[in-house]
Ligand binder design. Sequence first.
Ligand code: ARG
Length: 624
Amino acid sequence: MYHDSLIRILAARLADAIAQVTGKTPGEVDPVLRPAGDPKFGDYQCNAAMPLARPLRAKPRDIAQRIVEAARLDDLTEPPKVEGPGFINLRLRREFLADYLRSIRAPRDEPAPDRRGLVRTATPETVVIDYSSPNIAKQMHVGHLRSTIIGDVFARVLAFEGHEVIRQNHVGDWGTQFGMLIMHYAEHPIPAGEDHDQVLAAIENDYRRAQQRFQRDPAFATAARNAVGRLQSGDPEALHIWQTVRAASRRAFLDNYHRLNVLLTDDDVCGESFYNDRLAAVVAELREKLAPGAGAAHDGARVECREDEGAVCIFFYDENGEPRFRKPDGNELPMIVRKSDGAYLYATTDLAALRYRIKELGADRVIYVTDPRQKLHFEMLFAVARAVGWAAEHVRLEHVTFGSVLGNDKRPLKTREGENVKLRELLDEAERRAFELLDQRDRAAADEGRPTEPLSDAEKREIARRVGVAAVKYADLRNDRASDYVFNWDRMLAMQGNTAPYMMYAYARIRSIYRKAADRFGTPDVYAPGVTLRLDTPAERTLALRLARFGETLDAVASELAPHILCGYLYELAAEFMRFYEACPVLKAPDDDTRLSRMRLCDLTARTLRLGLNLLGIETIERM
Ligand code: ARG
């Protein structure tokens, strides 16, 4: 049985050989193995020989030759070829590829949900993912939307890989702004109602009014500042208003999550207020451990916590003793953790949260998904966590950012009135357009006298719902997350190209091909022990290789935190399936064995598409 990803199986064998050649242990060497750029040269390329030339004082080509001679690969690959300056090109044997895929058992023999034969990682980590994290009393903006969609893919893929994923929705539910809201709602009723989005919109409106009054009415401003103090000391009226606003905001967020088909629930909310009673202790710990002269350094850089003009600040110095961060005016930029009036800040909360995540949740890896404006904040945060000793060497701290969503005018997406686009309106429109698309398609088919699988109106609406949400999400995920992208309805709903409708349609089509063959030939068991995979034609081999690379694709998404790699993979898979289907008839296969083999490839492709799309947070449809 082969469970591990192809690249890991090959890498392990090559590591053994390189260890022999270099006299090291397999764990110490890096086989520098990657998928071949051009299938002409093979399926994978090992580039380990070049960096060994100097330490071994030999020509890279000779080292490559020695690696090839030491390697036991004959059950996996054709004889390896040393080419160019010392590349080792590897082509998988067809028998191995067929065996590898044959080890994927029938869905009925797989634990549910389908893992499609993939094992969990042997080195599971506890991964905290901080994503979505909107602010209460305000509707989510586009940045929160991207964080929600992208962070959710990380949560799904890392959990699938076998890691312990802890989702943390670091909702902004604390801060001086609540003083204004408390004063406002002391005089006005708090909005309520069945429609959670509308309630939140009304609260946001009130918040804006309160802000304006705060600017021009000094008495109101003073009262608002006092209200913050009352809230902190647990005054029942202040507390009640805050709790009501928070609950209303959270209900609206949950509605949004549900509609977006993301995993976040109320249990994942661990908002800023959760850390309130830890802040004083955190600041005390920082002052003690990072006291000037305490020698708290990391990677040659020094981090110091001391009072500056009444505020408690953290200062950062590089190995030359120069300030690491500077303000635009050139002065050094500290991280303030307590203001001179005793108030704590966003940064203080994040310090407490990171400490909690590592020390109490046991995180080995902490991933934050926000827009790039917070880059500096997280750089400082991570530097402090290292210096103070919360984050040991092995703990990975990652700030994952993303580009902006642009309108057709290439400027950040806004409504015609210049407002932020509301998620609900976006999804309503996506659904409406998806429904239209289905209608158009049916009308076109009827005009041309093509038979379609008849769908009821309710079915169509459900399809439109799934396709609409999927189109919006997929259009976001298919791009390298760091780049900006233009939000374009026609492009994201196109039936051709790397879009959700295309992918979902490809899935439904493969299911239908399979159903037809199964009906015609008496529902054969394509996973029966006697069925072998025949990869005789180039199209069959290409499809099989793509299928076999699913595991390593997920590994890459998990390590690079790059959902677009999975989108690209699935798109290639769908395209290669279509080429296979053109070249290799399934219903009219030359003989029973070939047909069963091809039907099995159909089923494996469909399962891969479904699992892959599900990991992107997209629900497939059996008939479209
Ligand atoms: N609420 C913040 C915002 O809207 C995002 C929080 C991100 N997470 C964190 N731990 N700081 O910008």
